[in-house]
Design a protein around this ligand. Structure first.
Ligand code: SF4
Ligand code: SF4
Length: 287
């Protein structure tokens, strides 16, 4: 694993444990150890008063092409993996998506192996989902907002029975610490060090992923259902650094062109090297 704890020096104080953003430090017997979920960030070193934490013999694999290839091979994925990287301006060589467009439709193209990375801003978005992925949206007057709410969001046959329920539901999801200028969306092979990755997956593949993720840490992957795909798939991985799976909503499934047997899994990228390693360490890897 990337970082290690020198057991001769460790005082077993536990101060590093809660400060690891990847929850990669766990207790085994009476020792604290660092698992494969370590992403080499080095944060834990600052919290160890005995200098027991050191770089290990290997590094977490963050080469996006290698990671994409390993995931596709180990999970027998026949769809492509989408990657998203938040930024305030488009990186060199990445064109602005002019819109109007849906972020989920861009992901749908990527899952099908089409297109190159785009920089997607709120103003190019044709739905409120751009707010749900932390990039704001086109400026609308209060009147425009009320019209949209009444026409397609609130009321019989729409998404919520009332505005109060809309607000209550949105409060179930964490807030972004800032509004980003936009997000690069492309295939994992084409987006280096993304923030999150998403891909369609069937039940068997989801079982492989969740077993590999829980293997070292006993953490569960939570599933979210009941609202828009952007809220359910992006906010928690990006804001809380936790993977999720979701069946999405009607619009998200349509634009992502998900097949009936597919659900969507979304991982913070910093957890993916550990996931890839652990796919080889579980019952699913046995012949
Ligand atoms: S992920 Fe970062 S904080 Fe956690 S064990 Fe590895 S280096 Fe330390
Ligand atoms: S902070 Fe240092 S001494 Fe304390 S448990 Fe972690 S590695 Fe051990």
């Amino acid at each position: 694993m990337p970082f290690i704890i020198d057991q001769k020096i460790c005082a077993a104080c536990g101060s590093c444990v809660g400060n690891c953003p990847n929850r990669a430090i766990v207790m085994r017997g009476d020792r604290y150890v660092i698992t494969e979920m370590c992403c080499d960030c080095g944060v834990c070193i600052e919290y160890c008063s005995t200098n027991a934490i050191k770089k290990g013999p290997t590094r977490a694999e963050f080469d996006n092409r290698k990671v994409a290839s390993a995931l596709r091979e180990k999970l027998s994925l026949n769809r492509h993996i989408a990657a998203m990287k938040f930024a305030d301006k488009a990186p060199d060589g990445v064109p602005d998506e002019k819109g109007p467009q849906f972020w989920c439709a861009i992901c749908g193209d990527i899952f099908d192996g089409e297109g190159s990375p785009l920089f997607f801003r709120g103003v190019a978005s044709s739905c409120g989902g751009s707010k749900n992925i932390g990039i704001g949206s086109a400026i609308a007057t209060r009147e425009d907002f009320e019209t949209a709410i009444n026409a397609s969001v609130v009321g019989e046959g729409n998404l919520y029975a009332s505005k109060e329920l809309l607000a209550k539901n949105r409060n179930l999801f964490p807030r972004y610490s800032k509004v980003y200028g936009g997000v690069v969306i492309g295939s994992l092979e084409q987006v280096s060090r993304p923030d999150i990755i998403l891909f369609p997956i069937n039940g068997h593949q989801m079982s492989m992923v969740s077993t590999a993720y829980s293997f070292d840490t006993a953490e569960l992957i939570m599933g979210y259902a009941g609202k828009s795909t952007c809220l359910m798939s992006i906010t928690i991985p990006f804001v809380e650094n936790k993977p999720i799976f979701t069946c999405g909503d009607h619009g998200g499934r349509t634009f992502m062109r998900l097949k009936d047997e597919e659900i969507l899994v979304c991982f913070p990228y910093r957890l993916v090297p550990g996931l890839v390693k652990n796919l080889d360490r579980t019952v699913y890897a046995q012949k």
